[in-house]
Design a protein around this ligand. Structure first.
Ligand code: NAD
Length: 342
C-alpha cells in the first residue's frame, strides 16, 4: 500500500516535491499547504491536489479566491505517514512541533540548520543511515551538488584537499524582488558555509568553499580544484566514473553547451511528462582536467530542482520502502524521467 506523504509549504521546492510524490507508485500525496492564495494554489487545485492552509493563513482568503481548502495544515499532517517541510528558511524548525505533536517523521530542507534533524541526507552518500529516523534534513542545492561529486571522487580516488568557488545565482526565476541586477557580490563569510555543510554528511572531507553572487537566475556553477590522493592515469577515467553515476549529466564538447543558458534550454527541450528541470549535476567533458594529482572541474546545479529526487529517496529511506540506495534512486529517477546512466 502506498505511504501517505504531506507537503507543508508549496513554493519553489514544495510544488516540485509534490509533483514528484504524485508520480511515485509507492507514495500517495495527502495534500499541499500554503499560507495564501496565489496562482500556484490555483494550479495545485487544477492538478487535483488537496489544498490546506498553512501557518498564519486564513481560510476566508482562499474562499474569497474561490479556492476550495480541505482544512488546516495540522489536519493535513494528521492524515499523513510522513511530512515534507518545504516552508521558507528557518520556518521549518517552528513547524517541527506540529510533526512531533502528530508523532510522524519529517523531512526538512537545506534552509534549516543541521540541528533541526537527526541527520543531513544525500541519497548517494548515506541512504541507509536514514532508516527509521524521525527527522532528516535534505541538504541545500549547492551542498547536494558537492556531496554527489564527493560520493564519486572520494571512494574512487581519495581526496587530500578540495577548494570550490560557488558562483551563485542571484534569485530564482520568479523572484522579481531579489538581486543583484548588476554586479558580482562576494560573500563576506570566509570560508563560506557550504564546506561545513558538506561535512554534516562527510565529516572527514577536507573541503573549503567560497562564494560570489551574480546576476542570473539560471543555475549555480561550482569551480572545483581537488587534490586527489590516488589519482587515475587520465582525465578520461574521471569522466568515465561520472558518466556511470546516477544523477550526473555530461555534455560533450560537440553539443555546444557553452554555459547555463544552453543547459536549461536542453532541459526544456528534453522535458517529458515531468517538469522541464535539470535534477542532475551538470558536468562538461571539456570542463574536466586532471593535471597530475590536481583535478579541475566545473559543475552546474539547477537550484530549483536538484534536491527533489533526494527528498523522494529520503521518504523511502525513512519508511524503509527500498532495500538499498540504488533501488530507490532507480525508482525515483524512472518516475521523474531522469535518464539512467549508461
Ligand atoms: P518559497 O518561499 O518559494 O516557498 C515557501 C512556501 O512555504 C510558500 O508556499 C509559503 O506559502 C509556505 N509557507 C510560509 N509559511 C509557512 C509555514 N509557517 N508553514 C508551512 N508553509 C509555509 O521557498 P523555497 O525556495 O521553496 O524554499 C523552501 C526550502 O527549500 C528552504 O529551506 C530553502 O532554503 C530550501 N531550498 C531552496 C532552494 C531554492 O533555490 N529555492 C534550493 C534548495 C533548497
Amino acid at each position: 500500500m502506498a505511504v501517505k506523504v504531506a507537503v507543508h509549504g508549496y513554493g519553489t521546492i514544495g510544488k516540485r516535491v509534490a509533483d514528484a510524490i504524485s508520480r511515485q507508485p509507492d507514495m500517495q500525496l495527502v495534500g499541499v499547504a500554503k499560507t495564501r492564495p496565489s496562482y500556484e494554489a490555483r494550479v495545485a487545485v487544477a492538478k487535483g491536489y488537496r489544498l490546506f492552509v498553512a501557518g498564519a493563513g486564513h481560510p476566508e482568503e482562499f474562499a474569497a479566491a474561490n479556492l476550495p481548502v480541505a482544512g488546516s495544515s495540522r489536519e493535513m499532517i494528521r492524515e499523513a505517514d510522513l511530512v515534507i517541510d518545504c516552508a521558507p528558511d528557518k520556518v521549518g524548525r517552528e513547524n517541527a512541533k506540529l510533526y512531533d505533536e502528530a508523532g510522524i517523521p519529517a523531512i526538512f530542507q537545506g534552509g534549516e540548520k543541521a540541528e533541526v534533524a537527526e541527520m543531513s541526507f544525500s541519497a548517494l552518500a548515506n541512504f541507509d543511515r536514514a532508516r527509521g529516523k524521525r527527522r532528516v534534513r535534505v541538504v541545500s542545492c549547492n551542498t547536494t551538488g558537492l556531496v554527489r561529486a564527493a560520493s564519486v571522487l572520494a571512494p574512487a580516488f581519495g581526496v587530500d584537499h578540495w577548494e570550490a568557488t560557488i558562483v551563485r545565482r542571484g534569485a530564482d526565476p520568479m523572484e522579481s524582488d531579489r538581486g543583484p541586477i548588476n554586479g558580482i557580490m562576494p560573500t563576506f563569510k570566509l570560508p563560506s558555509h557550504h564546506g561545513p555543510d558538506v561535512r554534516t554528511i562527510y565529516p572527514e572531507l577536507p573541503i573549503a568553499t567560497t562564494a560570489v553572487v551574480v546576476p542570473t537566475t539560471l543555475m549555480h556553477v561550482h569551480v572545483n580544484h581537488v587534490r586527489l590522493a590516488r589519482p587515475p592515469g587520465t582525465t578520461a577515467e574521471v569522466v568515465d566514473r561520472l558518466r556511470h553515476t546516477p544523477r550526473f549529466h555530461l555534455f560533450a564538447e560537440w553539443e555546444r553547451v557553452g554555459g547555463t543558458p544552453q543547459v536549461m534550454e536542453f532541459a526544456r527541450d528534453r522535458a517529458g511528462p515531468f517538469r522541464p528541470d535539470m535534477m542532475e549535476n551538470v558536468v562538461w567533458e571539456n570542463g574536466i582536467k586532471l593535471d597530475g594529482k590536481d583535478l579541475y572541474f566545473f559543475q552546474a546545479i539547477h537550484q530549483e530542482s536538484i534536491v527533489v529526487p533526494e527528498n523522494i529517496d529520503a521518504v523511502r529511506a525513512i519508511l524503509d520502502l527500498a532495500p538499498d540506495a540504488a533501488t530507490s534512486i532507480e525508482r525515483t529517477d524512472r518516475a521523474l524521467g531522469i535518464p539512467r546512466p549508461p
